[in-house]
Design a protein around this ligand. Sequence first.
Ligand code: ACO
Length: 429
Amino acid sequence: MSDTTAHLKANSQDIEFPILKGTYGNPVIDITTLGKQGFYTIDPGFLATASCESKITFIDGGKGILLYRGYPIEQLAEDACFLEICYLLLHGELPNTQQYEKFTNTICQHMPIPKEIHCVLNAFKKDAHPMAMLMSLISALAGYYHGKMDINNPDDRLEAAYHLIAKIPTLAAMCYKHSCGEEIVLPQPELGYAENFMHMLQSTPHRNNNIKPVLAKAFDRIFTLHADHEQNASTSTVRLAGSTGTDPFASIVAGVAALWGPAHGGANEAALNMMREIGDESHINEYVDKAKDKNDPFRLMGFGHRVYKNYDPRAKVMRATCHEVLDEQGCHDDPLFKIALKLEKIALEDQYFIDKKLYPNVDFYSGITLNALGIPPNMFTVLFALARTVGWIAHWHEMLGSKDFRIGRPRQLYTGSAKRDFVKMADRK
Ligand code: ACO
């Protein structure tokens, strides 16, 4: 038996499968031929199933490593700006100076939102959730651009990516302004990507808000940290929707919908609420005990991760960013941040959390940071969607260009009724 093949004995058949090895990560048994042998596999929640081959992002959850195209997230968050990250995720390499200038110009040219799209917001009450507004605005883009791009043409796919990366900050800011009952502020492409977003949030059509560089850097970092995370629920949703050949904007709407769920994009809001509920450092031990109590459903929000069984590398960067933002905003004594630091220390020294390999995840500090940046909690997931759009569209582009591309169509284990004859209503009991 070779270590490049796996063998399955089933119903006295001996079936052989190739074992594929990637650059890093667990080897993968290629079972694509199993269906022809009369068997399927089942793996609810995809605990041990790779849905695709990808060259974009790698996570080593045991070691706490996250790489975008091979580059460690810590280095990218420190030295690269978000638009460099967008280029890297889409094209596979970091841009040189000319490539970067050309790319930023292209993004600036794609920023304007067609007038018709603005009207969509009027259908929403101000207190509607901004994620619902965001999905409708992106759907409206699908309506506007559908048929103008050939998804089998790589240049057209990149064109769709440019539209999305360029327009998503404006759409997010439009949702925010509509919720506040304020007039929409148009983009100023000559500003940096994060600065422009802050401008659209904080300025009015008649008064430009002063943008603090430290805060703009914090937004840029938050976008970088959330730009991609390999085959998570929303990215897998974008891939599955896109595999039908549907419109690129429609595929992204599917991703936004998946992200909205509290188990995915909503955890930072829950972490912020938990810090507020704890309220004082003297109550921390009580909450840690609650989290450890098997009979209590309470969990420490922002702690633990399906993939990371070590410190989430994004959480370390987020903690430093949180420090910088609070200092800049003159609230270094922020009680929520103090609670977070002490809670983290207590939990990391507690045997329960050590044994279960539970560490802070990116959401532990991002809620406090966004709060200090003046972002209301119902906008947290919208900002996540803004940042993740590049990851989603990079995966969509990679999938459509792949030689193995085909519609995603899982099988099932059917456990319903056996075949039976129809009974007319009058004859039913
Ligand atoms: N607090 C207390 N105990 C926890 C926590 C926590 N935050 N997380 C996991 N555990 C315990 C569980 O009770 C379980 O204990 P048991 O083995 O005695 O039953 C064990 O650790 C394993 O937990 P699972 O839920 O099986 O782990 P899973 O990998 O499925 O879940 C998850 C990961 C959902 C993130 C979980 O750690 C959690 O609920 N964390 C809090 C919510 C959160 O922060 N979510 C954000 C994730 S990051 C993101 O999506 C961007």
